[in-house]
Design a protein. Sequence first.
Length: 273
Amino acid sequence: MCPAHADELRVVLRDGARTWGLFVLCRGADAPPFTAAEVRLASAISAPATVALCRSLLLTGIDRADVPDAAGLLVVDDAGRTRLCTATAERWLALIQEAHPPPGQRFPYALTALVNRARTAGLGVQVRSRAISLTGHWVTLSAWREASYDAGREADAADGEALTYVSLPASHPRELTAIVLDAYGLTPRERQVAQHVLLGHSTAEMSARLHIAEYTVQDHLRKVFDKAGVRSRRDFSGELFQRCYLPRLDDPPLTTDGRMREDDGHGHGAPGA
C-alpha cells in the first residue's frame, strides 16, 4: 500500500499464466481518485509494458559479480515477523530488494506475494517464484508451511503454530532457459521447436516427434529466430549457452563426463526442495 495516499492503482504485468512484474500508481491525499478512463489506460499499457520488461531482461548483460554460493533460509510467522534469517538469506534479500521499496516494506514484493500464496496452499505444499537480482543473477524462491511445536512436548497438529519457510538458492541453468524462452514471447509450439533445437534435433526429427510437416517446422524456426534476434540454430543455441550456462562455468559444477550437476557443486541444496 502507498502510505498517506488517497488512492492506489496496481497494474500487473502478465503474459498468459506468468506474471513478470507490477507497478503501482499512487494519488496524494489532496488528489481525486483514479477515474475509469485512467484505469482503462493503465490496462491498455499493461501488455506493451510487459513486452518491454521481458525485452529488458533479455538485454541484461552477463554479470559475474560476487553472489552467494549457497541457499539461504528465511522463516516468518503469520504476523510477518522474522523468526530466522540466515546470513546467506540476508545477502540474497539485499540483492533482490526493489530499488525504491515503500516505507515499512521489509521484503521484496516477489517474496511477500510468495509467502502469502504459501499460506493458502496448505501445510507442506511448496510454491515457487523467481526474481532477478541487482547484479543480473536470478534467484529461485521456494516457500512452504510447516507446523512448529514446543520442545519436549508431544507433537499435536492442532496445537502447533504454522510458520512459513522460504529457501533462496541461485536459479539452476535449466530454470533460466525456461525463463528466457518465455521472455522471447514464444507460442507453445514455438517453444517446443526451440527446445528441440537446444537438444540438437534435425528438422526431420522435429517433424517426426511433433507430428507436423517439415515445412511447418521451418516456419516455426523462422519465427523463433526472429523473436530471439538470431539467424541460425547455432546462434540460438549459443545465445542460450552464453546467457544461462557460461556464467556457471567459472567454477564448473560438472560431473566427470561434463554434464551440469543437480546441486551447486559444493554440496548445497535447497532446504525443503
